[in-house]
Design a protein. Structure first.
Length: 177
């Protein structure tokens, strides 16, 4: 039994959004940076999340995404379901054709387990996860790391620009004399 990357990334991105979008829209680029998820993959996921009425988008400067309803009203199961994922422990994908086209001996056991997992995830909201201390600690670390990376990139860019200006100035001065 496995939850695929699509379901994991959808939950991770929605949790990031719940943490960072209290009164403002959050860009997918920011989520992609913090969570190391491809921007194009996030765009695909958020298209499905928007169609499922879990998020709303804002266009233009300062645009991005916000939760469409309170985090307490969005279950993890809803997020997984919205991206067309299932948490299925059966070998046959719930089709009941696992043993030469018929039901295998353990089909009902694994089917019941799948239902229990879905029920468990239905009982956990985004707000429940946001409230967890370890989630808050990890979010702070990710934000600090992202901010540090942006500062280093900004300094490198500034240094490169200054070097370019200095080199151009030297060339202009030397060509005049």
């Amino acid at each position: 039994m496995r939850l695929t990357t699509k379901g994991r990334y959808a939950v991770t991105a929605m949790l990031d959004l719940a943490i960072h979008s209290e009164n403002q829209a959050v860009s997918l680029a920011d989520i992609a940076e913090r969570q190391s998820i491809s921007l194009s993959y996030l765009e695909q996921l958020f298209s499905k999340l928007r169609r499922s009425d879990l998020v709303k988008s804002t266009r233009g400067p300062g645009g991005g995404y916000q939760l469409k309803q309170a985090g307490a009203d969005i279950s993890i199961a809803q997020v997984i379901d919205s991206v067309n994922e299932t948490v299925d422990a059966t070998r046959c994908g719930g089709m009941a054709d696992c043993h030469h086209g018929d039901v295998c001996l353990t089909h009902h056991l694994w089917s019941d387990l799948s239902k229990q997992i879905h029920q468990f995830l239905s009982g956990i909201s985004l707000a429940d996860l946001v409230a967890r201390k370890e989630v808050q600690d990890i979010a702070k670390q990710q934000t600090k790391l992202t901010d540090n990376l942006l500062n280093v990139t900004s300094l490198e860019s500034k240094s490169s620009s200054e070097n370019l200006v200095n080199n151009l100035t030297k060339q202009i001065v030397s060509s005049r004399f």
